[in-house]
Design a binder for this molecule. Structure first.
Ligand SMILES: Nc1ncnc2c1ncn2[C@@H]1O[C@H](COP(=O)(O)OP(=O)(O)OP(=O)(O)O)[C@@H](O)[C@H]1O
Length: 246
């Protein structure tokens, strides 16, 4: 469980990114944050994960949070398995080496995400999508009751997007609390119980099925969007219409 209690944030000497965001994220549910580039999704999920301190309001949570950042290269050439083992820091403790059980948990997380075959590869030599999957495995290996993911599908092909969505749905049904930012309204429709829409007039929180409508998404992104019936998830998919100029 995680609660955002009236949180607001601005960077030093900058305008507010958002204010007054309140939302209760129950165990066993997924919450998706949507909004245009620069609307504050990363800032919000970093506040929720405890990586940034809100300027006003507070984040209440019980227990540790696993965090999946956006994959952006890597400075140190650790093997992918060692990257995932870093997720076990809480279990390993300071000044100790990972146990066989920690290595088994890391490997199991990599298998779940489908990247066990990459375990010996230096992290920076992996493709963007492969790095993203390894970072997801690292957060799963942490065994935290709350998982916060910043655009987890970025850089993933369609099959890996489907794999990650299915895995996240499974983790939510296992009882984890999930919070993710996404540029894919379809993913939010499939996965999320609750959405936070970061619009120019503030942040709207509510049930995904009520807020993810074609008019609301058209207004949020400033493009023509419609919904079609589909067999997947809640039975609706989102179509974006690309207009040629002239
Ligand atoms: N370290 C920082 N210092 C100052 N301003 C920042 C910093 N990080 C982000 N910002 C600004 O805060 C606002 C929100 O940024 P944020 O990265 O949270 O948006 P986002 O919705 O995640 O964007 P995107 O979809 O492009 O990833 C933007 O105007 C951005 O320029």
């Amino acid at each position: 469980m995680l609660e955002l209690a009236g949180i607001g944030f601005h960077y030093p000497r900058r305008d507010w990114v958002f204010r007054g965001v309140s939302c209760v994220l129950a165990a066993g549910t997924a919450t998706a944050v949507l909004g245009p580039n620069g609307s504050g999704k990363t800032t919000l999920v970093r506040c929720a994960a405890g990586l940034l301190t809100p300027v006003e309001g507070a984040v209440h949570g019980a227990g540790p949070v696993g965090f999946v950042p956006q994959a952006r290269g890597g400075t140190f050439a650790y093997p992918a398995l060692d990257m995932v083992l870093m997720g076990r820091a809480r279990q390993v403790g300071l000044f100790r080496s990972p146990s066989a059980a920690d290595r088994a948990a890391a490997l199991q997380a990599m298998e779940r995400v489908g990247v066990a075959g990459l375990q010996a590869r230096p992290f920076p030599t992996l493709s963007g999508g492969e790095q993203q999957l390894v970072l997801i495995a690292r957060a799963i290996a942490a065994d935290a009751p709350v998982l916060v993911l910043d655009e987890p599908a970025t850089g993933l092909d369609l099959k890996n997007q489907a794999r990650v969505l299915a895995l996240l749905a499974e983790l939510a049904s296992d009882g984890l609390t999930l919070l993710l930012s996404t540029h894919h309204p379809d993913h939010a429709l499939f996965l999320a119980d609750t959405v936070l829409l970061m619009g120019p007039d503030g942040v709207q929180a509510g049930p995904a099925q009520q807020l993810l409508t074609a008019p609301a998404l058209s207004a949020l992104y400033g493009v023509r969007v419609s919904t079609v019936a589909s067999g997947a998830g809640p039975g609706r998919s989102i179509i974006t219409h690309y207009d040629r100029p002239g």
